[in-house]
Design a protein around this ligand. Sequence first.
Ligand SMILES: Nc1ncnc2c1ncn2[C@@H]1O[C@H](COP(=O)(O)OP(=O)(O)O)[C@@H](O)[C@H]1O
Ligand SMILES: [Mg+2]
Length: 253
Amino acid sequence: MSIYQSNDILEVKSVSKSFKDLEVIKDVNIALREKEFVSIIGPSGCGKSTLFNIISGLMNPCEGMVFLENTDITGLSGRISYMQQKDLLLPWKSIIDNVTLPLKIKGIDKAKRNEQVKNYFELFGLSGFEDSYPSQLSGGMKQRASLMRAYMFSNQVMLLDEPFAGLDEITKTKMHKWLLEINEKLKTSCLLITHDVNEAIFLSDRIYVLSERPGRIIKELKIDIDKNLENLETTVEFNSIKRKIIGFMEEFQ
Ligand SMILES: Nc1ncnc2c1ncn2[C@@H]1O[C@H](COP(=O)(O)OP(=O)(O)O)[C@@H](O)[C@H]1O
Ligand SMILES: [Mg+2]
């Protein structure tokens, strides 16, 4: 057993990464508690996707470590669920075949994996679309199917890299409300990358603000506002947090 013990489900300790002489992320420390929703917000190209590639084990850091429930998982993939930026559904496969892909990779046979996902179709608002193809779905539905596929891998810790970036504002707002409900039901701990400040405030319990490349954490904010307020985005509390975040980002450009 490790001498190092923490109550956090996921910990990123002093992670740095360079590609040849391009320094991309520098000494990043992140903690995620059970059932917490944490966003990472930062300018484009500051190393956010690289950070997720490291946390998911797809890539090794140059320095630092990643812990899942106090176990060192640095460089180990397969433990954490990851919806990558532009994670596309396979157009030639039906929705059920797309979302059960993680189960197929785990070696579960078709009858069992279809049984396993049956109840999730309603939760993800995709009942009746099991045998449809991605081209027959709206943008929001496609994103929900991609999310469902990620949750099928594991719903313990979820990494979401700009999952709503391509959606229109109304669909995006609906997806935000829905995602909070899903996480509540599935008891998932979530790390989200976004450059949409409103999205980060609406979804998160906490936000880390990253600097320009090399990405460093310049601020950590706790979001203590009531998410159920009518017209949340017009409230004084919301806008005061928003101004703060934008201020930090401008300061470190
Ligand atoms: N595999 C790689 N090899 C070389 N450079 C990379 C690689 N992956 C990312 N980069 C570079 O690292 C920087 C950060 O990229 P990325 O993590 O995708 O940023 P973000 O997700 O914040 O927009 C960019 O300059 C990108 O070109
Ligand atoms: Mg990215």
